[in-house]
Design a protein around this ligand. Structure first.
Ligand code: IMP
Length: 444
C-alpha cells in the first residue's frame, strides 16, 4: 500500500468513545443519544444486561440494556461486539419491546458471533458465588450471570459463543457442559439447593433463540474495521463506569469486564490509535450500587435528598443507589486511565436545593494525605475524604440552555471540577430531556 494512501485513511478516522468515570449510571445513555446524530454507527462493546440506560426522546421513555440507544435513530447502524456477554432471552425481549413501539429493528442491528452467551447456569453461579465473597461483604452483583459467563470465556472449556449456537456439535457440547455444571452447582449449593439443568430443554430453548437471532448475527470486528477504514463515523458506548473495571477498578467490587477506557479496543476490535475522542461522563455527585468502599458516601439525609431528587434507583434491579459527594480523586484517576479529552457533567440540577456542596480533593489514610487513587480496596476502605466546600445555588436550573445563564455558584462548581480533573467540561445536563443539555461550545 502507498504510504500516503495509508495517511489519508488514518486522517479520515472518526471514532468517539463515551466512558463513565464513576461506578456506572452516569447517564451515558442520554449523552450517547445526543451524540448519535453526528455518528453513523453506535457500538456496545463490553458488559451485558447488567447495564441499563434510560433515554427520553420525543416525550417517550425507552429503557435499554444490551441494544445501543442508537436504535432509536432509523439511519444509525447498531453493533453489539464480541466483548459483550449476551443473554439471548433478554435481547429478544428488548427487540420485541422496541418493535411493539414502532421502532425498526432489522439490518440496523448487528450482533457479534464472538459474543459469549449467558446460560441458566451462569445465573445460578452468580447467585451462589456472590454469597461467598471472601471479605464477608457481598459484591452485590446484578445477578444477570455476567461474571460467571466472563469466567467461562477466560477459562474456555465451557464457553459458548453466539456463533457456536449454529454449529452441528452444539447439542453435544451442551450435554457435556450441563453435566459438568450440574456437578459444580451441587458442590456449591448442595443437592437440595440445586435444580438439575436439563440439557434437552436448554438445547430446545436456545435453538429457538438462535433461529430468531440469526438475521442479526455477523462478524462485527471485520465490519467495524471496514467501516472505520471507509471513514464512517463511529460512536462507542461504554457500559458501567471505570471504577468498576475488573483490572483497574475497586476490585473485587467490580464488574467482570474492562469498563474503563482501556477496554474499548479489546471489546470492539478497533485499534486504540484509531480512537479520536474520549468523553468522560460523570454525575455532579457520586453513586454506587452494590457492595464495596465508597469514601464520599453520605448515608444520611444528604444522600437521601440526592437519591430522591436524582431518582437514584437501579434501572436493571431497582435497588436504591448509594449516594455521596463528588470524588475528584477517583475521577481524576479514571479520566487519566481512560484517556479522557473532555467531560460531560450530568444531573447538575439534582444538587440545586443544597445550601453547600462538597468535593473530595484528597484522601487521608492513617493521617497521611494522598491524591492518588489506592490500588488496594482495603486502603480505599480506610481512606477518609478531605473535602472542599463550595456554596450551592438555590435556584431551578432545569430551563437554562446556556452556560453563561447558569447561576455563578453552579459555574464555579463546574470550573472547580474541571480544574481538579484537568479536563474541560464540554457538556452539562440539567434534566432528562434532550433539550435539557448545555454545550460549552454550542453544536453547529
Ligand atoms: P455484575 O456486573 O452484575 O457482576 O455486578 C458487579 C458490580 O457491578 C455490582 O456492584 C453491580 O451493582 C455493579 N454494576 C454492574 N452493572 C452496573 C451498571 O450498569 N451500573 C451500576 N453498577 C453496575
Amino acid at each position: 500500500m502507498e504510504p500516503d494512501l495509508l495517511l489519508n485513511e488514518v486522517a479520515a478516522v472518526s471514532v468517539t468513545c463515551v466512558i463513565g468515570l464513576q461506578w456506572g449510571d452516569e447517564a451515558k445513555g442520554k449523552l450517547v443519544d445526543l451524540l448519535t446524530d453526528e455518528h453513523e454507527i453506535v457500538v456496545r462493546y463490553q458488559g451485558g444486561s447488567n447495564a441499563g440506560h434510560t433515554v427520553v426522546t420525543g416525550g417517550q421513555t425507552y429503557k435499554l440494556s444490551l441494544i445501543p440507544s442508537g436504535i432509536l435513530s432509523p439511519n444509525v447502524q447498531c453493533v453489539v461486539t464480541g466483548g459483550v456477554v449476551l443473554n439471548p432471552a433478554s435481547i429478544l425481549q428488548e427487540i420485541d419491546a422496541l418493535v411493539a413501539r414502532g421502532i425498526k429493528v432489522g439490518k440496523n442491528l448487528m450482533l457479534s458471533d464472538r459474543a459469549h452467551v449467558i446460560f441458566p447456569w451462569h445465573i445460578a453461579e452468580d447467585r451462589a458465588l456472590d454469597k461467598s465473597c471472601s471479605s464477608g461483604e457481598n459484591i452485590g452483583t446484578t445477578m444477570r450471570g455476567i461474571g460467571p459467563c466472563y469466567g467461562d470465556k477466560v477459562a474456555r472449556s465451557f464457553a459458548v459463543r453466539l456463533g457456536d449456537l449454529y454449529r452441528d456439535n452444539f447439542r453435544e457440547r451442551l450435554e457435556y457442559i450441563t453435566a459438568a455444571k450440574n456437578r459444580s452447582l451441587v458442590s456449591l449449593n448442595g443437592q437440595t439447593g440445586h435444580t438439575q439443568l436439563d440439557a434437552e430443554a436448554i438445547a430446545r430453548e436456545y435453538a429457538s433463540y438462535a433461529k430468531r437471532l440469526a438475521p442479526y448475527v455477523g462478524d462485527t470486528t471485520a465490519y467495524l474495521l471496514d467501516a472505520v477504514e471507509a471513514g464512517r463515523r463511529v460512536l462507542l458506548e461504554g457500559a458501567q463506569g471505570a471504577l468498576l473495571d475488573v483490572d483497574h477498578g475497586t476490585f473485587p467490587f467490580v464488574t467482570s469486564s474492562n469498563s474503563s477506557g482501556v477496554g474499548v479496543s479489546s471489546g470492539s476490535g478497533l485499534p486504540g490509535r484509531w480512537i479520536t475522542k474520549v468523553i468522560g461522563v460523570v454525575k455532579a455527585y457520586s453513586t454506587r450500587v452494590g457492595g464495596g468502599p465508597f469514601p464520599t458516601e453520605q448515608d444520611n439525609e444528604i444522600g437521601q435528598h440526592i437519591r430522591d431528587r436524582g431518582n437514584e434507583y437501579g434501572t436493571v434491579t431497582r435497588r436504591p443507589r448509594r449516594c455521596g459527594w463528588f470524588d475528584a480523586v477517583a475521577v481524576r484517576y479514571t479520566a487519566r486511565l481512560s484517556g479522557v479529552d473532555a467531560l460531560a457533567v450530568m444531573l447538575l440540577d439534582v444538587l440545586s436545593e443544597l445550601p453547600d456542596l462538597k468535593i473530595c480533593t484528597a484522601y487521608e489514610i492513617d493521617g497521611r494525605r494522598i491524591t492518588n487513587f489506592p490500588s488496594h480496596v482495603e486502603d480505599l476502605r480506610r481512606s477518609v475524604p478531605v473535602y472542599e466546600t463550595m456554596p450551592g445555588w438555590q435556584q431551578d436550573i432545569t430551563k437554562i440552555r446556556k452556560m453563561a445563564d447558569l447561576p455563578l455558584a453552579a459555574r464555579k462548581y463546574l470550573d472547580r471540577l474541571s480544574q481538579l480533573i484537568a479536563r474541560p467540561v464540554e457538556v452539562v445536563s440539567i434534566g432528562p430531556d434532550r433539550e435539557q443539555t448545555i454545550f460549552a461550545r454550542p453544536k453547529s
